[in-house]
Design a protein around this ligand. Structure first.
Ligand code: C2E
Ligand code: MG
Ligand code: MG
Length: 687
């Protein structure tokens, strides 16, 4: 290669002159530049004018290489040892590195001197691309390492080409066991089918698809979310799978909280009613019957109040378990709230078919409940409404089952009742009462009557109890036991109660006779929750000028159950005004004694049901005897209500009862009659 002709060289030089992508430099024997093409100028920054005449090493060879270059060149000239082509990092005019692939040729020129030609191809771009590739690789690796997702590269037909997992544990299988395999070989059928569908879709439509699936692994069920996209160039599928078990469990928990009762884990009211609606629709379609069973644990409040909420909670959990164990899996047992449960029995041929299950539900309570080592005897009252006979929609069925349940309570509890036409009439009656109750006050349909109370020591009338009467223009006279609970539920009791108080104070004021008669007024729970109540009593008392201690409020235990804080405040407030407090219907509730100790009562009224039995039933007499003794020990006056006979009166007098009221003396009478009321002498025992 050294013996080329000069003219050939010129032709080659001419060619190189125009090439700017390759640097071609010619050097003489002293390594001085004799040729410098445009490509060299571009690569190294020196113009031909600047370069020609200077030596190779001072132009483009970095200091540390200079000696080697000079030596290698000399070796070539003297001993014919070629300098091999190689990758080199040289230097440009600005002192910056220039990476090149350099090839070298040695010529003998016309004057028989050696000329070396260097042909340098710029490698900077290639190097950069290589560096980028390496760093992309590193980046990808560190991404794989640091994020929890699993990466899979698949062929379009679902064979695994490669996979990565930052934490190889997370792959749950050995890498070698899946690479090269087809999805269907190691994924459950449904899961690989899901993938197949998504892959087909990704290929057809492009974009990123996501799918969820779970795998039952030795460590348990793991939920995954996979994102899948098609690399159309490579005809490959990228799958990124993420363990979403935690998120899934959280979502499941939220769903549970929304639809399941946190205490008993059975469907809550929301889900139960939803299932009821669902069942109604299904039975409507299939033409079958269904039963809605409403259960209420008898005297559950008693347990809560006497044994505490924790015991109450355990009872509810046990009750839910027992009820659930009695029904078929397809039936629903739900908790509507408090101690109320619902059972939905679907697909019945006859309403009678529900009887067996209902009896089992009742029987589920037969065994005593053992809670914290204590045996509790519990019963439940059940009401049943049947679709479609007793209602065609969820609301009607539920209401009617509820009504039937009340029937069971009335019948003495621990029993079941099916909804009947009579109950329906009762419900309609209630609805009518409610309708008529609105506006009754404005229409002047209420009247307050007064029942005299007799002091058994003096034998004299000493006061009266105000009892409300409603003469409805549409329905005639309606008893308070019927309309008071409805007035209570609707809140109408608040204005009505104010009316009763006003009438009672007015009566008391005009009821002179030089006596300080007292007036007892009944209060119901709803009135307690009226924030203006105390203030209203105060202004009314002031306006009437009646001494506060002549006014008594009668309260049943129901009032005390609305919440201790609230009751405390109001009872204290009333006491602060100087009015008296009386515990009404004593003996019908449950923890009366503890309430008597807890709150500051002045009087105790023995319920008329005990007075009725006092002369004939030993238990009633014993209870009245004990009550009087206990009340006196707590400094309470005892009033007996519902005294109907002279024998009852005699006995009560003997037992030390302080006050009596009842038909024996007088029925409740209008205010005018009260003013004229005189006791018939023979009413009073002994003297
Ligand atoms: P209560 O406070 O226990 O009233 C006594 C009930 O016994 C009254 O029934 C009275 O008429 C009745 N009674 C009195 N003497 C006898 C008797 O010798 N034999 C029998 N069998 N019964 C007798 P009433 O008037 O029907 O009132 C029923 C309940 O309605 C009352 O029970 C009371 O809880 C409630 N109530 C009445 N008026 C009002 C009121 O203005 N406000 C509130 N919140 N409740 C009222
Ligand atoms: Mg009363
Ligand atoms: Mg009473």
């Amino acid at each position: 290669m050294e013996n080329h002709h000069a003219d050939t060289r010129d032709a080659v030089r001419q060619l190189f002159d125009t090439v700017d992508a390759i640097s071609v430099q010619g050097y003489d024997q002293e390594l001085k530049v004799v040729y410098w093409n445009i490509g060299s100028e571009k690569l190294y920054g020196y113009t031909a004018d600047e370069a020609v005449g200077r030596t190779l090493d001072e132009l483009i060879i970095p200091e540390h290489m200079r000696e080697d270059v000079v030596t290698a060149h000399r070796n070539w000239v003297i001993s014919g040892v070629e300098i091999p082509a190689s990758e080199l990092t040289l230097r440009n005019r600005n002192g910056e590195d220039v990476s090149v692939y350099s090839s070298h040729v040695m010529f003998r020129n016309a004057s028989d001197e050696y000329e070396m030609y260097c042909i340098d191809v710029y490698l900077g771009d290639v190097k950069k691309a290589q560096r980028q590739a390496v760093s992309k690789d590193e980046l990808l690796n560190s991404v794989f390492q640091s994020i929890p997702d699993l990466f899979f590269l698949l062929t379009e037909d679902g064979r695994i080409i490669d996979c990565h997992a930052g934490d190889s544990q997370k792959l749950y299988v050995q890498y070698e066991k899946i690479v090269g395999k087809h999805m269907v070989d190691f994924l459950p059928e449904e899961v690989s089918a899901k993938f197949k569908v998504s892959i087909a879709k990704a290929i057809a439509e492009g974009g990123v698809l996501s799918l969820e699936y779970y795998l039952d692994l030795p460590i348990g069920r793991i939920y995954f979310e996979a994102r899948l996209s098609h690399l159309s160039g490579q005809k490959q599928i990228v799958v990124i799978a993420r363990d979403i078990t935690e998120a899934h469990e959280a979502a499941e928990l939220i769903r549970k909280q929304a639809y399941f009762d946190s205490l008993t884990s059975i469907p809550n009211r929301l889900l139960s009613l939803d299932r009821l609606s669902q069942m109604v629709k299904e039975m409507d379609r299939s033409g079958e019957k269904a039963a809605v069973v409403f259960l209420d644990i008898d005297d559950f409040k008693k347990i809560n109040d006497s044994l505490g909420h924790e015991v109450g909670d355990k009872v509810l959990v046990e009750a839910a378990n027992r009820l659930s164990s009695v029904v078929r899996d397809s039936d629903t047992v739900g908790r509507l709230g408090g101690d109320e449960f619902i059972v939905l029995l679907g697909a019945l041929a006859e309403s009678f078919d529900a009887v067996g299950t209902v009896e089992k539900l009742l029987g589920a309570f037969r065994e005593p409940f053992t809670i914290d080592g204590r045996e509790l005897i519990l019963t439940t009252s059940i009401g049943v409404a049947v679709f479609p006979d007793n209602g065609e929609c969820a609301t009607d069925l539920l209401r009617n089952a509820d009504a039937a349940m009340y029937q069971s309570k009335e019948a003495g509890r621990n029993t079941y009742s099916f909804f009947t036409k009579q109950m329906n009439a009762m419900i309609l009656h209630r609805l009518e009462i409610e309708e008529q109750l609105y506006g009754a006050l404005e229409r002047g349909e209420f009247e307050v009557c007064f029942q005299p109370k007799i002091n058994l020591r003096s034998g004299q009338i000493m006061g009266a109890e105000a009892l409300l009467r409603w003469h409805s223009s549409v329905m005639g006279t309606i008893a308070p036991d019927e309309f008071i609970p409805i007035a209570e539920q609707t809140g109408l009791i608040v204005p009505i109660g104010k009316y009763v108080l006003a009438q009672s104070l007015a009566c008391l004021k005009s009821w002179g006779d030089g006596q300080d008669y007292t007036m007892a007024v009944n209060l119901s729970p709803r009135q307690f929750r009226d924030p203006d109540f105390i203030e209203f009593v105060k202004t009314s008392l002031n306006a009437s000028g009646v001494a506060p201690d002549r006014l008594e409020f009668e309260i049943t235990e129901g009032v005390l159950l609305i919440g201790q804080g609230c009751v405390d405040d109001i009872l204290k407030g009333l006491h602060g005004l100087g009015v008296k407090l009386s515990m009404d219907d004593f003996g019908t509730g449950y923890s009366s004694l503890s309430y008597l100790r807890q709150y500051d009562f002045d009087l105790l009224k023995i319920d008329r049901s005990f007075v009725a039995g006092i002369t004939t039933i030993k238990e009633d007499r014993d209870l009245v005897t004990a009550t009087i003794a206990m009340a006196h020990s707590l400094n309470l006056q005892v009033v007996a209500e519902g005294v109907e006979t002279g024998d009852q009166l005699d006995l009560l007098h003997k037992l030390g009862c302080d006050v009596a009221q009842g038909y024996h003396f007088s029925k409740p009478i209008p205010a005018n009659d009260l003013m004229d009321f005189r006791l018939v002498d023979t009413c009073i025992p002994g003297g």
